[in-house]
Design a protein around this ligand. Structure first.
Ligand code: DC
Length: 236
């Protein structure tokens, strides 16, 4: 399926940003929309996760902002589009798609993401994803900092309890051991860190459409975003 129908009057590639807390479903939704429209996809969280993993692999001190900034700027990372619609993340020639998804790396990513040197180091790399026929970008500051010009900005939330339960079910389905109270605690602590940092904190852009997905299905969220894009004549 390809629902894309570029607005002819667009002189630059259109952008849909989807920001929100961890586990709100923005990654899944961004992937669905990008693949339905045939647009490019930026999973900006993966860049912070890869930075954290590279720091661990190379023994870079988590208390050394300058070294982490240099690391972020020179990351040897590739995002390869898969036929399934997903993305393979390759760091220094190694497939790290699964390794970067652990709670431990998520928390480390949230820590390195508080550093201006790291955010600056990743800024241009994120901007470079904006290309024809369009871009769907998900993260924490896509609509507030990186793509302020985006035609459609979504702020996707869900209660912390709901997000922890979704994660719990995902891990159980993969046969992995998980405890709901610990997952809830990790989610709340990452929320706090992402929302209270000095630079580019997680918050809705002034012109964002807010969607609370707590009681919505993935398809409901997808349809709501597509309807907003059509309303703005970004797609037909
Ligand atoms: O979306 P995610 O869970 O993969 O993101 C991991 C961490 O990266 C998140 O806790 C905060 C950071 N991040 C960020 O600061 N800015 C972004 N645009 C995306 C992620």
């Amino acid at each position: 399926m390809n629902e894309a129908g570029m607005n002819e009057s667009c002189s630059v590639a259109p952008v849909i940003t989807i920001d929100g807390p961890g586990g709100s479903g923005k990654g899944t939704i961004a992937q669905m929309i990008a693949s339905a429209l045939g647009w490019n996809l930026l999973d900006s969280g993966a860049l912070y996760r890869v930075t954290a993993l590279a720091a661990r692999n190379h023994g870079v001190d988590m208390a050394n902002p300058d070294a982490l900034g240099v690391l972020a700027q020179h990351l040897d990372v590739q995002f390869l589009a898969l036929e399934s619609g997903g993305i393979k993340v390759v760091l220094e020639g190694e497939d790290v798609s699964n390794e970067i998804r652990t709670e431990e790396i998520g928390l480390m990513a949230s820590r390195v993401a508080t550093l201006p040197a790291v955010r600056d180091g990743l800024f241009e790399r994120q901007k470079a994803f904006k290309d024809y026929p369009g871009l769907v970008a998900d993260g924490r500051d896509m609509g507030t900092v990186v793509f302020v010009e985006a035609e459609l900005k979504i702020y996707l939330t869900a209660s912390a309890q709901e997000r922890a339960e979704r994660r719990f079910k995902q891990l159980q389905a993969k046969g992995m051991d998980a405890k709901l109270p610990q997952l809830l605690e990790a989610i709340e602590s990452r929320d706090w860190q992402d929302m209270n940092r000095a630079i580019a904190p997680l918050k809705p852009a002034d012109d964002a459409v807010e969607i609370d997905s707590t009681a919505m299905s993935i398809d409901d969220v997808y349809n709501a975003i597509i309807a907003e894009a059509k309303k703005r004549k970004m797609i037909k």
